[in-house]
Ligand binder design. Structure first.
Ligand SMILES: Nc1ncnc2c1ncn2[C@@H]1O[C@H](COP(=O)(O)OP(=O)(O)O)[C@@H](O)[C@H]1O
Ligand SMILES: [Mg+2]
Length: 278
């Protein structure tokens, strides 16, 4: 996929690459010796990881083990917290995203993020879907009918269209939490991300909302690479293809989810999935 993470001064013609081969072994995110410090505190230690394309990978581990920090490395959101030092390499779309010439704006378009608490803007449902596109120049100056189509397609994809199509001008903050979280996923889609990061996306939802969002995540697989942080082991088992177990900023085990839970290789993984700590 020829997506350029570097800041482009001039508009390049878009090159369509038709990929027909199955991509299951292709890698989407690679880290090499990734370490991160908040001030003096080391939160990630030599994380080396390959996250495969087109599958759902879950990050699990006790609270404070660095799941959110690792996820936030993949679109460089950690940098917003100040006093953060990152070393090592993170390759996404064939580029070390820690290189100084990487545009974080382009990066965050390719690597979208969904947070624990749904965070729609206090504007209409319609404008929420378009907000990302509006601030990214590609969609500036497009016609009303094209905008309508972008909004409809994104809302259909997250299974929200039928319930909101007659009230698109209503404030998004009036929606239920489950609908708000779907909207937060929908607004990433017009940017055509490669990767969607989710940090405990169901933690604010009830059981029914959780099930609906999990079903949606399942449907996003294949089209996107999904990395999901969860403290809920049952959710990791249900919702992911591969699972990464972390402890104190390190990766302990990364395997197909069923294998990790059925036959953990590391004693620490076994203790964790038996609920003996964390
Ligand atoms: N912005 C921050 N400033 C300082 N320390 C932080 C910050 N964010 C996280 N930490 C610390 O880094 C460690 C990992 O945190 P985090 O990635 O949030 O873990 P998890 O998501 O697994 O609960 C914790 O010890 C946490 O206190
Ligand atoms: Mg967290």
């Amino acid at each position: 996929m020829a997506v350029d993470l570097m800041e482009s001064k001039t508009q390049k013609p878009e090159v369509e690459t038709l990929v027909t081969e199955p991509q299951t072994q292709e890698v989407s995110i690679t880290t090499r010796d990734l370490s991160l410090w908040y001030g003096d505190f080391q939160a990630l230690e030599n994380v080396t990881l390959n996250i495969r394309k087109g599958i759902i990978t879950s990050l699990i581990g006790p609270s404070g083990c660095g799941k959110t920090t690792l996820l936030r490395c993949f679109n460089r959101i950690n940098e917003r917290y100040g006093n953060v030092t990152t070393t090592g390499e993170i390759r996404i779309l064939d580029k070390n995203i820690l290189d100084p010439d990487v545009s974080t704006r382009q990066l965050r378009k390719s690597v979208g993020m969904v947070f624990q608490r749904p965070n729609p803007l206090p504007i209409s449902i319609y404008d929420n879907v378009l907000f990302g596109s509006n601030i990214h120049a590609a969609h500036k100056g497009i016609s009303r009918s094209v905008r309508d189509q972008i909004v409809e397609e994104a809302l259909v994809e997250v299974d929200l269209w039928d319930s909101v199509k007659d009230r698109l001008k209503q404030r998004a903050t009036w929606l239920t939490l489950e609908q708000q979280q779907k909207l937060c996923i929908a607004r990433l889609l017009p940017l055509k991300p490669e990767i969607i990061l989710m940090d405990e996306p169901c933690s604010a939802l009830d059981a029914e909302g959780t099930e609906k969002i999990e079903n949606l995540i399942e449907r996003l697989r294949e089209e996107f690479t999904v990395v999901i942080v969860t403290h809920n082991m049952a959710q990791a088992r249900r919702a992911s293809d591969e699972c990464v177990f972390m402890l104190l900023g390190e990766i302990i085990e990364h395997r197909p989810t069923a294998d990790l839970f059925m036959t953990p290789e590391n004693e620490k993984t076994e203790m964790y999935i038996q609920g003996r700590y964390g």
